[in-house]
Design a protein around this ligand. Structure first.
Ligand SMILES: C[S@@+](CC[C@H](N)C(=O)[O-])C[C@H]1O[C@@H](n2cnc3c(N)ncnc32)[C@H](O)[C@@H]1O
Length: 259
């Protein structure tokens, strides 16, 4: 059954997480991904939201690239279009990945997307991209590891419950959740790609309390939905000491380049 309590794709949440996402991305992989794009070619950004991946590339010095944003949320695409007037915006659902136009596409990108997707979708994406000989860069795939300092005895149980929720249906079938990055890397390697992977964890500190507070609320809600009743009390206790708490939320980035 599809679960409805996602932390969400609201513009406010996406803009709150963007600075942390940008500083967490592995910069070497990002630069190598940008280097895959030949002059005049387009980057196809799947589940683009408001265009955060394009801004991450621009912040790293790659501001002169052609982008095509694909998302099923028209409100997010409107923001993307206003912030990136030269980008193409395509509103469609990613369920039929092979229906997307790959003409003059030199790189496929995605961030914070693959963990929402089922195994069959990731497998189909890799087959489709490899048949066309196109590199794929995927960033900020949640990997199932969350830690806080100081620790709380409920951290592990809440994390396990959250991870269980991550594997529920996010729209296209049971999601890979924490296994998304490793599945992508494995399938790419078997399909003729050279794959490079790196860690891109969020390190949350005193300057990130707004994001951290919203994240804890989302984690608690998701954990509660799969039966972890103490999750709400866990989050309430954590909220009280947030400015003295360090959070670690594990993610991975991957770049797959045709051999
Ligand atoms: C967590 S957000 C990440 C957005 C953006 N990549 C970023 O890093 O800020 C996931 C995005 O995928 C989009 N998305 C999720 N499922 C989708 C689907 N089935 N078809 C098209 N877009 C989808 C959402 O609308 C949202 O914009």
């Amino acid at each position: 059954m599809k679960q409805t309590s996602e932390i969400g794709f609201e513009p406010d949440w996406l803009s709150l997480r963007e600075p942390v996402d940008h500083r967490s991305r592995d910069q070497d992989l990002l630069r190598r991904a940008a280097g895959c794009v030949a002059e005049g070619m387009t980057i196809l950004d799947l589940g683009s939201g408001t265009g955060s991946t394009a801004r991450a590339f621009a912040n790293a010095g790659f501001s002169d690239l052609n982008w095509r944003f694909v998302d099923n949320d028209p409100a997010l695409l409107r923001i993307a279009a206003s912030r990136h007037p030269n980008a193409q915006c395509v509103q469609c659902d990613l369920s039929r990945i092979d229906g997307l136009d790959l003409n003059r596409v030199g790189l496929i990108t995605a961030s914070a997307l693959f963990d929402l997707m089922p195994e069959s979708w990731v497998d189909a994406l890799v087959k489709w991209a490899s048949a066309a000989g196109i590199p794929v860069y995927t960033a900020l795939n949640y990997d199932g590891v969350m830690r806080w300092s100081p620790a709380d005895p409920h951290d592990e149980g809440v994390t396990q419950a959250f991870n269980q929720h991550q594997r529920t249906d996010k729209g296209l079938g049971l999601a890979l959740g924490p296994e998304a990055g490793s599945r992508f890397a494995r399938v790419c390697a078997a399909d003729g790609y050279a794959v490079s992977s790196a860690q891109s964890p969020w390190h949350l500190g005193a300057e990130d309390t707004t994001l951290h507070a919203k994240l804890l609320a989302g984690i608690a809600q998701a954990a509660h939905e799969v039966g972890k009743d103490e999750a709400q009390d866990w989050a309430a206790a954590r909220q009280k000491t947030l400015s003295q708490t360090l959070g670690f939320i594990g993610h991975t980035d991957h770049l797959a380049v045709p051999r």
